[in-house]
Design a binder for this molecule. Structure first.
Ligand SMILES: [Zn+2]
Length: 95
C-alpha cells in the first residue's frame, strides 16, 4: 500500500487533471483501459486522453482512461501525466 497522502496545494501554471476527476473517469471506465479493456492494476499508471484535443479541458466528459500502450498510440504522450514524478521533483525543490 502506498501512502498517497497528497497535501499538495501547489499552484502550478500547467493545467493538470485533479485526483477527483481522475477517480471519476477511472470509475466510469470501471478501472479498465477504454481502448483495449485491460484492467488497471496498482502498479499501472492510467493515462488520460483528451477526447476533444484540448489539454485544458479536463472535464471528465472530455477524458478517457487509457493504458500506457493505448495512450502512446494517441500521440498525446508528450504530456506525461506522471504524478509521482511531479511530486518527487517538487520534494527535491523544497528540500
Ligand atoms: Zn489499452
Amino acid at each position: 500500500m502506498f501512502n498517497t497522502n497528497s497535501g499538495s496545494s501547489n499552484k502550478k501554471k500547467m493545467e493538470k487533471i485533479n485526483l477527483g476527476i481522475k477517480q471519476t473517469v477511472l470509475e466510469r471506465a470501471k478501472h479498465r483501459c477504454q481502448a483495449c479493456s485491460k484492467k488497471f492494476r496498482n502498479q499501472d499508471t492510467p493515462f488520460f486522453y483528451h477526447i476533444n484535443g484540448s489539454l485544458k479541458d479536463n472535464r471528465p466528459a472530455n477524458l478517457k482512461a487509457l493504458c500506457k500502450e493505448c495512450f502512446e498510440r494517441t500521440g498525446e504522450n508528450k504530456i506525461k501525466d506522471n504524478m509521482i514524478g511531479k511530486i518527487r521533483s517538487l520534494i527535491r525543490r523544497v528540500v
